[in-house]
Design a protein around this ligand. Structure first.
Ligand code: MIC
Ligand code: SF4
Length: 755
């Protein structure tokens, strides 16, 4: 039986009425995305047709998921909200804090010891507030959610950008910062700008070496890392119907890499099969009864150009397998063409590691496809040239894969089976084969490949591909290997070719597991006490942020002008820093250390205007803070791309940064800045970015009259006595301006509770 089946039935019982009403209001057939959005309005029924990309709308998500690295800050905030229990079903998943080193059993033991304090904290807070807890080793949040909680037509939020994975089961699942999750946990509406809609029509059928992963690698190449910003991507067409549910999950998962709000697919037979295989006949039966509302109206897919803001068409019959990278997930290259490109760019052709896993590609089907390639290495006597690492997506997948002999195949080709966790995908990887920061290449089936992400080495060139392509490349040990056309020399000196991969969508003998790793909360958790040691280096209770006063903004200094890509990994690095995710002051010591200073092209080396000295960004910022001087951060396009981690907003806020002024923002990060009571601003004229000099001082001329829909004016004073006055845009609505005025969104909740 499924978790929270009554909640799911409740959603379905209202669906018909709400969808019909919305259709009438909008006056035309509806996309699936619109059906889910309109049936999850906070006020119940809609009374207005919303304008996409413009109207802020209050929604009522059905559930929330948090992972260990973001849950700490989310729950520390929720503890301040003064509520006895979470208002909607919520789960916490321990998956980010487990380092991959020697193998699952040993690594999990080490993680349980080194992060004991944090896991105990999360478990006791979960128990107290009625939150389901998935212990370390249970699996990666998004696979566990897909296996247990996602349901067609539902809406959920999660404190992780890849929450969008649940679109594979026909949900609208959206990644948010912890403060957004706190709103919903506290029983308040969740606000989102009504998204634009991108339709992706899939014609033809996937076959051979091409897989679901290649669909999204191709889409990323077309739309780039910011092409999906503010939009939901809805996939449809004959090709969509023929993809497995977990394959759809892969496609939706990596929608985070194009900045999309989320991605989804209409309910179909593959989803029904997946629900039944994961012991949720009750959900499948309930969904079947409201089937028509769990996909778009037929007119929409017949004439998509009339209903979507943008249409992309991909012919799966001709789609080639891709490898995307290095350093960005949208640099898409068809496999056969990568050799030339690598040579031209001096990317190392030798591949050191092939890593299979992460929330995007660690399903049972993924493992079978990759194993079918690994098995050929054994049968055809080819000795793999690269090292192999595997992270199964959940204990259920791992247990079943072991029973079915899949893990044994990987072990036979020398793979290390790591814990069911994020591992190398988030820099939790003790990589022992490199001595220093040597230039090298790895291939993986993950979703992100930003600089330093997997192993902390800026010279590791990481390429993203399907699990089976990763397996083939790892066996060959070469980036320019094309398994569709090239041969390999085996141990007998013969030239052999790899046959195309064969996958098994769902385990023939069903899924099995002994201990899935779930701990249900107490019915009444009021007696549970949550302890945070005042001397802990891992956890720190939060203090409310003080509002940024208008007057304090006079004479703000430039902290850093970041150049080029500045993702949340650059603003608040993961890997070794994950250990401080529950301690704001300690993690603040990594603030912006990965951002490139536009004035000297160095990282973590900025001018402290108070002394003229160059120093690390956190040190300079702490000096400004000590002097009571506010600062601003200037950035390029798509600032804050990537993760949902609100640390990227809370740390600068904690250290006294008042404003972030950029060419454009990634959605989640922009919201995170607003929630924490900061100013997130964009240049009206992008070229004004060039006006900003290293010694600049800023005055917020009209901040006293900060209003929705009205640009602000900033005076930039240069050290040589000259000055410029520029206009900056913002997207704050009235209530968001309230967060700024009160110091944070949480301060607003606290005030309302106290009243
Ligand atoms: C990621 O993939 O970058 C993460 C780590 O899962 C993040 C969340 C985090 O920073 O904790 C995400 O994608 O939101
Ligand atoms: Fe974990 Fe990587 Fe997925 Fe983020 S992208 S949730 S780090 S597996």
């Amino acid at each position: 039986m499924a978790f929270d089946i009554d909640m799911i039935k409740g959603v379905y019982s209202q669906m018909a009425e709400r969808v019909d009403q919305a259709r009438e209001l909008v006056g035309r057939p509806l996309t699936l995305s619109e059906k889910i959005l309109y049936s999850h309005l906070w006020d119940g029924k809609s009374n207005k047709a919303f304008t996409r990309g413009k109207d802020y709308v209050d929604f009522a998500p059905d559930r929330i998921a948090c992972q260990d690295a973001t849950a700490q800050m989310a729950l520390l905030q929720f503890m301040q909200a003064g509520k006895p229990k979470v208002a909607v079903p919520t789960t916490v998943h321990c998956d980010h804090l487990i380092q991959a080193k020697s193998g699952a059993v040993a690594d999990l033991k080490v993680a349980n010891a080194t992060s004991e304090e944090v896991f105990n904290f999360l478990e006791s807070v979960s128990n107290k507030y009625g939150i389901g807890f998935w212990k370390p080793g249970a699996g990666i949040i998004h696979q566990v959610v897909l296996e247990n909680y996602a349901f067609p037509g539902g809406m959920m939020i999660g404190t992780d950008s890849h929450t969008v994975n649940a679109g594979g089961l026909g949900m609208l699942a959206i990644g948010v910062g912890g403060a957004d999750a706190v709103d919903v946990m506290a029983g308040m509406p969740w606000e989102l700008k009504f998204p634009k809609l991108i339709g992706v029509k899939l014609t033809g059928n996937i076959s051979g070496w091409t897989s679901a992963k290649d669909v999204i690698l191709k889409v990323a190449g077309i739309l780039t890392v910011k092409g999906g910003t503010g939009a939901i991507v809805e996939y449809f067409g004959e090709g969509a119907l023929n993809l497995s549910c977990t394959g759809k999950g892969t496609i939706c998962n990596m929608g985070a890499e194009i900045g999309a709000t989320t991605s989804t697919f209409g309910y179909d037979a593959s989803m029904e099969r997946y629900l039944r295989a994961t012991d949720r006949n009750d959900v499948a039966d309930a969904a079947n009864e409201v089937k028509a509302h769990l996909t778009a109206d037929p007119e929409v897919y017949a004439q998509p150009e009339k209903y979507f803001d943008e249409i992309i068409e991909i012919d799966l019959n001709t789609l080639k397998p891709h490898l995307n990278g290095p350093f960005t997930p949208d640099l898409a290259t068809p496999v056969g063409e990568l050799g030339e490109k690598a040579k031209a760019n001096d990317w190392p052709l030798k591949v050191d590691w092939g890593l299979i896993g992460s929330c995007t590609n660690s399903s049972y089907e993924d493992l079978t496809r990759a194993a079918s390639i690994a098995k050929q290495a054994i049968d055809k006597k080819i000795k793999p040239k690269s090292d192999f690492g595997i992270n199964p997506g959940s204990e259920q997948i791992r247990f079943t894969a072991e029973r079915d002999g899949l893990l044994q195949i990987f072990e036979e080709v020398g793979a290390t089976i790591f814990t069911n966790a994020c591992g190398p995908c988030i820099g939790q990887w003790d990589r022992s084969d490199l001595k220093g920061d040597e230039k090298n290449t790895i291939v993986h089936s993950f979703n992100r490949n930003f600089s330093k992400r997997a192993d902390g080495n800026p010279n590791t060139h990481a390429f993203v591909g399907s699990p089976e392509m990763v397996a083939a490349i790892a066996i060959s040990g070469r980036l320019d290997f094309d398994p569709m056309n090239d041969t390999l020399i085996n141990e007998d000196g013969e030239a052999v070719k790899l046959d195309m991969p064969l996958g098994i969508e769902l385990p023939v003998n069903g899924f099995a597991v002994e201990d899935a790793g779930f701990i249900a909360p107490d019915e009444d958790g009021s007696g549970v006490s949550v302890k945070v040691s005042p001397t802990s280096e891992r956890l720190q209770l939060l203090e409310s942020f003080q509002p940024i006063e208008n007057e304090s903004l006079a004479g703000a200094k430039l902290l850093i002008k970041a150049q080029g890509k500045c993702t949340t990994d650059h603003i608040s690095m993961a890997g070794p820093w994950l250990r401080f995710r529950g301690h704001l002051d300690n993690i603040a010591n990594n603030t912006l250390i990965g951002a490139v200073n536009a004035f000297n092209q160095k990282t973590n080396f900025v001018k402290n205007q108070l002394t003229g000295e160059y120093m690390g960004v956190p040190d300079a910022q702490r000096a400004y803070k000590a002097a009571g001087i506010k600062t601003i951060v200037v950035g390029d396009h798509n600032y804050g791309e990537g993760s949902s981690r609100e640390h990227a907003a809370m740390q600068p806020r904690h250290l006294g940064v008042a404003a972030v002024l950029v060419k454009s923002f990634a959605r989640i990060h922009e919201t995170n800045l607003k929630k924490q009571g900061m100013l997130g601003l964009t240049f009206v004229n992008e070229s004004d970015y060039d006006l900003i000099k290293e010694d600049d001082t800023f005055n917020f001329v009209d901040i006293a009259s900060f209003k929705a829909g009205q640009a602000l004016t900033i005076e930039i004073k240069h050290a040589d006595g000259t000055a410029h006055t520029i206009q900056v845009n913002h997207t704050y609505n009235d209530s968001q301006i309230g967060w700024f005025r009160e110091g944070s969104a949480l301060n607003v909740i606290k005030k309302e509770n106290a009243a």
